[in-house]
Design a protein around this ligand. Structure first.
Ligand SMILES: NC(=O)c1ccc[n+]([C@@H]2O[C@H](COP(=O)([O-])OP(=O)(O)OC[C@H]3O[C@@H](n4cnc5c(N)ncnc54)[C@H](O)[C@@H]3O)[C@@H](O)[C@H]2O)c1
Ligand SMILES: N[C@@H](CCO)C(=O)O
Ligand code: NA
Length: 435
C-alpha cells in the first residue's frame, strides 16, 4: 500500500522523540496500520540546529508546503499561533491532525473539532492531557455510555515534581523548578505550569469531554503553587498531609447558585493515606467517578519527551488506520449539554487556616465567634506555642480545620479573622480535598 505521508510541526522535547520512533519502529507501525508511514517533513525554526537521528533533508521552515504535501500532520510546536492556523489548514485540506497542544485546545476546542468534523477527518489529542496516560479516549469514548460526575486529578507533572521534591528532599522551589525544566517536563514558559494554567487547560479539555459541554480554560478557576512555601510543605508533612496541585471537574447538583458544572485548579492538602498522595515526581493520576462504572483511576507519566511521544504515536496509528480503512470518528459532536459554570464562591470545600495569634485569654472565643457568625464550623483546632516578639508578647500558632462550607462563607471567615486584634497574621489558607 502507498505510504502515508506525515509532516511534523515543531521538533523540541516531544517532537524529537516522536520523529525517532516513526523511523525506528517503521516496520511495527506499518504492521499495526496496514500501510507504511513516511516522515515527509519536519518543520523547525532553526535549520542550522543539530538534530541527531533526524534526516537533515526533511528539515524545513516552510510549514504550508509541508502540510500541503501530507496525509497526517503532527503539531508539536505549542502555543496558539501559528499552530491554530496551521492545524486548521491541515484539517481543511482533509488531513488528520495529532496534537499535544492543550493550551490551544482549551481555548478553541469547539472551533477546531468543528473544522475536523466539516472535513470528515480526525483531530486527536491524547498527549494533551496527562501525557502518556490514556485518558482522552477513556473519557470521550469508553465512558460515553455512562454519566461522569467527578474527575479529580494531578495533571501537571512539573508542579507535582516541584512539590514532591520540596516534600521528600527538602529542595527549595527554584531548584526543583530548574530541574523539572532540565528534565523536559515544563512548558516553554514554565509560569504556565507553576501558575496552574497548564492544569487548567487540561481540566477544561477533560470537562468538555466528560460533561458533553463546551468548557474553556477561561471557565476554570485557577490558583497556582507560587504561594506554597517550604514551611507550608513542612507543616503539612508534620500534620500527616501532602500538598498537591489538583484539578477538580464536577457536576454540582445543588449550590447557592443552583446546579451546574465546576472546573477548578488549586493546591490542596491531601491526607498521606489518600491514593493521590503517593503520586510522585512528574507522574500524573486521574480519578473518575461515574454513575455506573463507580470509581476509576488512571496513573502514569504525565510529562517528558518519551512518555508524551507514546500518546502521540498512539493517535498517529489511530488516524492512519482510519485513513486505510475509511470512516469517520468515534466521538460525539457537537456538545449537547448545558455548560452552566458555577462561580468558585458557590462551591463547597474545606480549609486549613493557620493564624499567628497573640497568646492571651479570649483568643479562642474571638476566633470561634467569627466562625459562628459566618455559619462556618471548625472541625479541629490545634495550638502550638510560638515566639515571644520584640514587645515581649507571647505568640501562638493556631491551625483551624474547617468543616465543608461554601467558598463564599469560608472566604468571608478568613477575611474577618484577619481583622481581629488578636490575630497578628493569617499565615496560610489552603483547601483540603479527599477523605
Ligand atoms: N514536554 C512535555 O512533557 C509535554 C507533554 C505533553 C504535551 N506537551 C505539549 O507538546 C507541545 C510541544 O512541547 P515540547 O515540550 O516539545 O516543547 P519544546 O519547546 O521543547 O518544543 C517546541 C518546538 O517547536 C518549535 N517551534 C515553535 N514554534 C515554531 C514555529 N512557528 N515553526 C517551527 N517550529 C516552531 C520550537 O523551536 C521548539 O523546538 C506543546 O504544545 C506542549 O504543551 C509537552
Ligand atoms: N508541562 C506539562 C507537560 C505535560 O503536559 C507538565 O508539566 O505536566
Ligand atoms: Na494522555
Amino acid at each position: 500500500m502507498k505510504p502515508l505521508r506525515v509532516a511534523m510541526l515543531g521538533c523540541g522535547v516531544v517532537g524529537t522523540e516522536v520523529a525517532a520512533r516513526i523511523v525506528d519502529r517503521s516496520e511495527a507501525l506499518a504492521e499495526r496500520i496496514g500501510a507504511p508511514l513516511e516522515l515527509s517533513a519536519v518543520v523547525v525554526r532553526d535549520l542550522a540546529k543539530a538534530r541527531p537521528g533526524i534526516d537533515e533533508s526533511l528539515l524545513t521552515t516552510d510549514a504550508e508546503t509541508a502540510i500541503a504535501d501530507a496525509d497526517i500532520v503532527i503539531e508539536l510546536m505549542g502555543g496558539i499561533e501559528p499552530a491554530k492556523t496551521l492545524i486548521t489548514a491541515a484539517l481543511d485540506q482533509g488531513s488528520s491532525v495529532v496534537t499535544a497542544n492543550k493550551a490551544l485546545l482549551a481555548a478553541h476546542y469547539g472551533e477546531l473539532m468543528s473544522a475536523a468534523d466539516r472535513a470528515s477527518v480526525r483531530l486527536e489529542h491524547e498527549a494533551a492531557v496527562a501525557g502518556a496516560i490514556p485518558i482522552i479516549r477513556p473519557v470521550g469514548d469508553s465512558l460515553a455510555g455512562d454519566r461522569i460526575d467527578r474527575i479529580m486529578g494531578i495533571v501537571n507533572g512539573t508542579t507535582n515534581y516541584i512539590l514532591d521534591q520540596m516534600d521528600s528532599e527538602g529542595w527549595d522551589f527554584d531548584r526543583a523548578l530548574s530541574t523539572a525544566q532540565e528534565l523536559g517536563y515544563a512548558e516553554a514558559d514554565p509560569t504556565a505550569d507553576v501558575g496552574g494554567h497548564d492544569a487548567a487547560a487540561k481540566a477544561a479539555i477533560l470537562s468538555s469531554l466528560a460533561f458533553h459541554a463546551p468548557v474553556s480554560s477561561d471557565d476554570v478557576h485557577v490558583e497556582g503553587i507560587e504561594g506554597i512555601s517550604a514551611e507550608m510543605v513542612a507543616t503539612a508533612k508534620d500534620q500527616g498531609f501532602v500538598i498537591k496541585l489538583l484539578a477538580v471537574c464536577e457536576r454540582v447538583a445543588e449550590s447557592p447558585a443552583g446546579p451546574g458544572l465546576s472546573a477548578r485548579v488549586y493546591p490542596a492538602l491531601l491526607r498521606r493515606s489518600h491514593p493521590l498522595a503517593s503520586v510522585r515526581g512528574a507522574f500524573n493520576a486521574v480519578f473518575i467517578e461515574a454513575e455506573a462504572a463507580g470509581e476509576l483511576m488512571f496513573y502514569g507519566q504525565g510529562a517528558g519527551g518519551a512518555p508524551t511521544a507514546s500518546a502521540v504515536l498512539g493517535d498517529v496509528v489511530s488516524v492512519a488506520r482510519r485513513r486505510v480503512l475509511g470512516g469517520r470518528g468515534q466521538y460525539e459532536r457537537p456538545f449537547h449539554e448545558d455548560s452552566r459554570i458555577l462561580p468558585i464562591s458557590a462551591i463547597t470545600t474545606r480549609y486549613h487556616i493557620t493564624l499567628d495569634v497573640v497568646d492571651r485569654p479570649g483568643v479562642l472565643a474571638a476566633v470561634s465567634e467569627v466562625f459562628a457568625d459566618e455559619g462556618a464550623s471548625i472541625e479541629l483546632m490545634r495550638q502550638t506555642v510560638g515566639e515571644v516578639d520584640e514587645d515581649e508578647m507571647q505568640h501562638a500558632k493556631l491551625v483551624l480545620a474547617t468543616h465543608s462550607n461554601t467558598e463564599a462563607a469560608l472566604a468571608r471567615t478568613v477575611e474577618r479573622l484577619g481583622d481581629l486584634d488578636v490575630v497578628r497574621a493569617v499565615s496560610s489558607v489552603i483547601r483540603v480535598e479527599g477523605q
